[in-house]
Write a protein that binds this ligand. Structure first.
Ligand SMILES: *Cc1c(COP(=O)(O)O)cnc(C)c1O
Length: 377
């Protein structure tokens, strides 16, 4: 294990764990179902390049991104599979999307017209997935009004447009109550009934991680997992993912704090008796949430110890009183595995009053992502 990048603070990422989670999604969704890994936001902060390299041998149908620029990056990496931009495309980006042979999600007539114009300009096909809004309310043709827009969509169809897919997005698949998801599905089915001449082989997809793991009955032709691949739990009562990422940093100072010593901005923690404190070289400037002050934990030498005081931009202090042998240079794990101890992403997210997606995408560029097959364990 090379340590040259592991000098201050870093993220260990396991390609094997990523692939294990992918296989679990594939198995649960069913063998014939295609997988569209969501690699938006730099693969949820873990690094799109390495992520795609790890997933390519598993033969995904294609990749999902949120921004045209992300799709262009995939093409620059030599990816020739379909790439779908699954968030609404800004008006000025259609031509870039078409030139990079990306497929774009279309959820209103204006977008379909812009895509057609861009495709004409480029002399290339304008590939799209028609999004139906069944309750998410942020994108897609409104299911309530399908009677109005269906014929207008039909009028725009034909070359250079290529209708590749049709999809919706579930808002509550993480919940154990199946009803909201079933209702959204019924709405989608209702819209499909009145949609114009659908091409053969149209790819139907609806499920995110939670949907794919909970509702294999709704897996349709393809599923779009994100967070579960990256080691985040998908929802209530669902199987745990294999941890993929670990946030680690080195102890850079140890002090014997006398009773009455205070730590951090606002002096929000005071030693009641003599204590041993370790300053660790990671802070909110690295993406360690500031809400973990006086609340979060780290693992050092196989023991969980508390964060004390507020988290600074660059450092965090732990109370390591009673932990045998702690010294400067030791590695602290803030989430992930260390020997027999694990801090899950969910524990960190709970402490920080957010979701694991935000913890991962909040990790800043100051942290090198170190991809190995085993995640450096
Ligand atoms: C991000 C995203 C997903 C993946 O969701 P997860 O909950 O991370 O699995 C799927 N579909 C769309 C349209 C998305 O934007």
């Amino acid at each position: 294990m090379s340590t040259d990048q592991r000098t201050r603070a870093w993220v260990d990422v396991s390609a094997r764990a990523l692939r294990e989670n992918y296989r679990q999604v594939q198995e649960t969704a069913g063998e014939g179902v295609r997988v569209i890994p969501m690699v938006k936001a730099d693969a949820y902060g873990l690094g799109m390049t390495q992520c795609v390299k790890a997933l390519e041998p598993l033969d995904p149908w294609g990749y999902g991104v949120a921004a045209v620029e992300e799709g262009v990056r995939l093409r620059e990496l030599g990816i020739s599979r379909p790439v779908v931009v699954l968030s609404p495309v800004p008006p000025g980006s259609f031509l870039h999307a078409v030139k990079a042979r990306l497929s774009v999600s279309v959820g209103e007539l204006g977008a379909l017209a812009r895509l057609r114009d861009a495709a004409r300009t480029a002399g290339l096909p304008g590939r799209f997935h028609l999004e139906v809004d069944t309750g998410m309310g942020r994108a897609g043709f409104d299911w309530h009004r399908a009677g109005d827009w269906a014929s207008q969509v039909e009028a725009l169809l034909g070359p250079p447009l290529e209708w590749e897919g049709c999809h919706t997005h579930f808002h509550s698949a993480d919940s154990s109550d199946p009803e909201p998801t079933s209702l959204q599905w019924r709405r989608l089915m209702g819209v499909l009934e009145i949609l114009p001449s659908r091409p053969k082989g149209l790819l139907l997809h609806a499920c995110n991680s939670a949907g794919a793991l909970r509702r294999s009955d709704l897996a349709a032709d393809a599923v779009r997992p994100g967070i579960f691949l990256y080691g985040g739990a998908a929802g209530e009562g669902l199987p745990d993912p294999t941890p993929v990422a670990s946030l680690r940093a080195r102890i850079v100072l140890i002090r014997e704090a006398v009773a009455g010593s205070t730590v951090g901005y606002g002096a929000t923690y005071t030693a009641r008796e003599p204590e041993r404190w370790a300053t660790v070289a990671v802070g909110y400037g690295d993406g360690l949430p500031r809400l973990l002050g006086n609340r979060g934990e780290g693992v050092v030498r196989g023991r969980k110890v508390p964060v004390i005081g507020r988290i600074s931009m660059d450092v965090t202090v732990l109370n390591v009183t009673g932990v045998e042998g702690v010294e400067v240079g030791d590695v602290v794990t803030f989430f992930g595995r260390d020997g027999r101890e694990t801090i899950t992403l969910e524990e960190v997210a709970d402490h920080a009053q957010t979701i694991s997606n935000e913890i991962l995408t909040g990790l800043t560029q100051r942290l090198p992502r170190i991809w190995t097959d085993d995640g450096g364990y």
